[in-house]
Ligand binder design. Structure first.
Ligand code: NDP
Length: 285
C-alpha cells in the first residue's frame, strides 16, 4: 500500500481563494482588511516569510503595512510602535515576525499586542480562550493541520481516533493537542522525555510530528494505515528541505501523509490570512 498525499499547496490555495471571494464581498460593504507586519533585523529566513505574507495579502485583497526596523531597534521603540498600531482603527492584525533580536523579550512583545489584533494567536488571552473553548485566534500552524485533516483525507473522521502529537511547544505541540481534543480525538503528547516513543506512536491512528529533527519518525513508529502529518522543517545532510518523518519508508504503510515541502508549510500563511479576515469581522461587528 502506498499512502495518499495530502496536498498542502492545493488546500492552502483553496482557502486563499475562498478568502479572496469573501474579502471582495466585505469590500462592497465598505470594510477593508489590513495586516501590519513588523520585522526587526535582517534575518534572511524571516525576510522570506514576511515577503510571502505580504504577497498573500496582495493576492487576497488585504492592505498590508510593512515596518522593517533595524536590528538595533530597542524594545521600547518596538513596544511604542505596537501601541500605536493597537490604537489604529484601520489596522486589524499585527504580526511581529519571530525570532526577535536577543535584546528584545519575545513574551513582553507578544503580551503587548491587542488580543483582538493578535492574528498569530500567541497572546495568553487567545491561548487561554483555546483552553476553555472560547472564541479566539488560534496559532496558525496547528489550525492549518486541522484543515489538512478535514479537507485532505476524503472525509476521514477524527472523532474518537487515537492521536499522538510529538512535540509540546507553545506554537505547535500544545495548541495542536487542544485542537485535536476539540475534534474529539483521544490525545497523547510525546516529547524528549517520553519513554518508548516507538511504542507510544504505534498506538496512533493519527501521528502529528512537530519535533524539528530530520527523520526521527521512522517506519517503526507508525501503525499500518495511520494518517501522518509532518510539521517539521529541517535541512538534511545534503542540504535538502525535509520533515521529521522518513517519508519514503513511512509513505509505504501510512494511509495519508503530508510531504515536506508542500504539506503543512503552505497552510500556516493561509490560516494567518484567515485570522486576519476574522479580525476584520470582529472589528466591524
Ligand atoms: P521546538 O523546538 O520548540 O519543540 C520541539 C519539541 O520536540 C519539544 O517539545 C521537544 O521536547 C520535542 N523533541 C525534541 N527531540 C525529541 C525527540 N528525540 N523525541 C521526541 N520529542 C522530541 O519546535 P517547534 O514546535 O517550534 O517546531 C517544531 C518543528 O516544526 C520545527 O522543525 C519547525 O521548523 C517546524 N515548524 C513548522 C512550521 C510550518 O509552518 N510548517 C511552523 C512552526 C514550526 P521537549 O519539550 O522535551 O524539549
Amino acid at each position: 500500500m502506498s499512502a495518499k498525499i495530502i496536498d498542502g499547496k492545493a488546500i492552502s490555495q483553496q482557502i486563499k481563494d475562498e478568502l479572496k471571494e469573501k474579502t471582495a464581498a466585505l469590500k462592497e460593504k465598505g470594510i477593508e482588511v489590513t495586516l501590519a507586519v513588523i520585522l526587526v533585523g535582517e534575518d534572511p529566513a524571516s525576510q522570506v516569510y514576511v515577503r510571502n505574507k505580504k504577497r498573500a495579502c496582495e493576492y487576497i485583497g488585504y492592505n498590508s503595512l510593512s515596518y522593517e526596523l533595524p536590528a538595533e531597534t530597542s524594545q521600547e521603540e518596538l513596544l511604542k510602535l505596537i501601541d500605536e498600531l493597537n490604537g489604529r482603527k484601520d489596522v486589524d492584525g499585527i504580526l511581529v515576525q519571530m525570532p526577535l533580536p536577543k535584546h528584545i523579550d519575545e513574551k513582553t512583545v507578544i503580551n503587548a499586542i491587542d488580543p483582538s489584533k493578535d492574528v498569530d494567536g500567541f497572546h495568553p488571552i487567545n491561548v487561554g480562550a483555546l483552553v476553555v473553548g472560547d472564541k479566539g485566534f488560534v496559532s496558525c500552524t496547528p489550525a492549518g493541520v486541522i484543515q489538512l485533516l478535514k479537507r485532505g483525507t476524503d472525509g476521514y473522521d477524527i472523532s474518537g481516533k487515537e492521536c499522538v502529537i510529538i512535540g509540546r511547544s507553545n506554537i505547535v505541540g500544545k495548541p495542536m493537542s487542544l485542537l485535536m481534543l476539540r475534534e474529539n480525538a483521544t490525545v497523547t503528547i510525546a516529547h524528549s522525555r517520553t519513554k518508548n516513543l516507538e511504542e507510544v506512536c504505534k498506538r496512533a491512528d493519527i501521528i502529528i510530528a512537530a519535533v524539528g529533527k530530520a527523520g526521527v519518525i521512522t517506519r517503526d513508529h507508525v501503525k499500518e494505515g495511520a494518517v501522518v502529518i509532518d510539521v517539521g522543517i529541517n535541512r538534511s545532510k545534503d542540504g535538502k528541505l525535509c520533515g521529521d518523518v522518513k517519508y519514503d519508508e513511512v509513505s509505504e504503510i501510512a494511509s495519508y501523509i503530508t510531504p515536506v515541502p508542500g504539506g503543512v508549510g503552505p497552510m500556516t500563511i493561509a490560516m494567518l490570512m484567515n485570522n486576519c479576515y476574522e479580525a476584520a469581522l470582529l472589528h466591524n461587528a
